[in-house]
Design a protein around this ligand. Structure first.
Ligand code: NAP
Length: 312
């Protein structure tokens, strides 16, 4: 399994982060434990959840509870890099990143996760109604208390990351160490709207490159839509650029004897991005684990980068 250390942190993680969004709600204990065990057996150590997973399948909080029980049952908390989030609409909590909300949700997450610290704590979305000084100040207190080790942003625009970096530097408080954003091989249409979810765009990718700022990509496989007839590609990705990129992706997969999903995961890790992917079946996870072990040649990475409607 490829590993990396997130810049400006001591977080040494597998380049495969397992998303636990459905654990405990859509996926029962048998499925959730099987996926977690298989992931760790395959060399993974980086887990992602949120205080509100999966409110659309239940109450919210079930995923953290499932992870907390699994960590306690396996006795492996110290071997895992545990990431969770706050700020989205959660059980008995509005969408908010007010300081009192940050503290209360952190305490609730710690309890559900059955741990005394969160390794990576994200703002799930960008709450522009609360000054960044206050949001980052509240996170900084949690870091000083040892409840949180590092802080990340999710669904933030590049200019807001730059603002946050300036606020952290000016106040000498904890700075974001990474951004978790919607990102896959297909590029969304210019008019694409994902609601509170934010996709990467040229600005964000440039920001990450220029600052050695870690990009963590959620929904890299579009929920299986690259290959599944029961799950069509979302309309936000339907345009000529995607047709061209998909053609190149499938061509390269055939040439190297890999699956399209594996090529996507290997392309992302080859470009220094950490994908967060989910799975609910052993075969899906086995396929992804092989993808994470795959190293693409520079020539193939360049061909994948270059594909698109404008450049053939
Ligand atoms: N920060 C945010 O706002 C945000 C938003 C969304 C997600 N996330 C995080 O990112 C994680 C991953 O998101 P995601 O589930 O959308 O990731 P994804 O990688 O796009 O999709 C994973 C899903 O694709 C299907 N799949 C995977 N391998 C497959 C295969 N070989 N063949 C067929 N289908 C396959 C499975 O769906 P089924 O299980 O349904 O079969 C699997 O659960 C979440 O769990 C969460 O932790 C964060």
């Amino acid at each position: 399994m490829k590993t990396t250390t997130i810049e400006n942190t001591d977080l040494h993680v597998s380049m495969f982060c397992l998303g636990g969004q459905s654990f405990g709600s859509r996926d029962d204990k048998t499925v959730s434990y099987a996926m977690l065990d298989q992931f760790v057996d395959g060399g993974g150590n980086f887990l992602d959840t949120a205080n509100n997973y999966a409110i659309w399948n239940g109450e919210g909080g079930e995923s953290e509870t499932m992870l907390g029980n699994w960590l306690a049952d396996r006795g492996n908390r110290d071997a895992i890099v545990l990431a969770t989030k706050m700020g989205g609409r959660a059980k008995d909590a509005p969408m908010s990143s007010k300081p009192e909300h940050i503290r209360r949700e952190c305490e609730r997450s710690l309890k559900r996760l059955r741990t005394d610290h969160i390794d990576l704590y994200y703002f799930h979305c960008d709450d522009r109604s609360v000054p960044l000084e206050d949001q980052l100040g509240a996170m900084d207190e949690l870091v000083r208390e040892g409840k949180v080790r590092h802080v990340g942003a999710s669904n933030f625009r590049a200019w807001r990351l730059a603002e946050a970096a300036a606020v952290s530097a000016a106040n000498n408080i904890t700075a974001f160490c990474c951004v978790q954003q919607r990102h896959t091989y297909l590029r969304p249409r210019v008019d694409a709207d994902f609601g509170f979810q934010k996709s990467t765009n040229d600005d964000l990718l440039e920001y990450c490159r220029q600052r050695d700022f870690q990009l963590i990509a959620y929904s890299p496989l579009l929920g299986g839509a690259y290959i599944r007839e029961d799950r069509p590609i979302q309309r936000q990705y339907r345009h000529a650029d995607s047709d061209a990129r998909k053609a190149t992706l499938f061509q390269i997969a055939e040439e190297i004897g890999a699956t399209p999903n594996q090529v996507i995961l290997a392309w992302l890790t080859g470009r220094g991005v950490i994908p967060i992917s989910g799975a609910s079946k052993a075969q899906q996870l086995s396929e992804s684990l092989i993808g994470f072990d795959l190293t693409l040649s520079d020539e193939i990475l360049d061909r994948l980068d270059a594909a698109g409607a404008d450049n053939g």
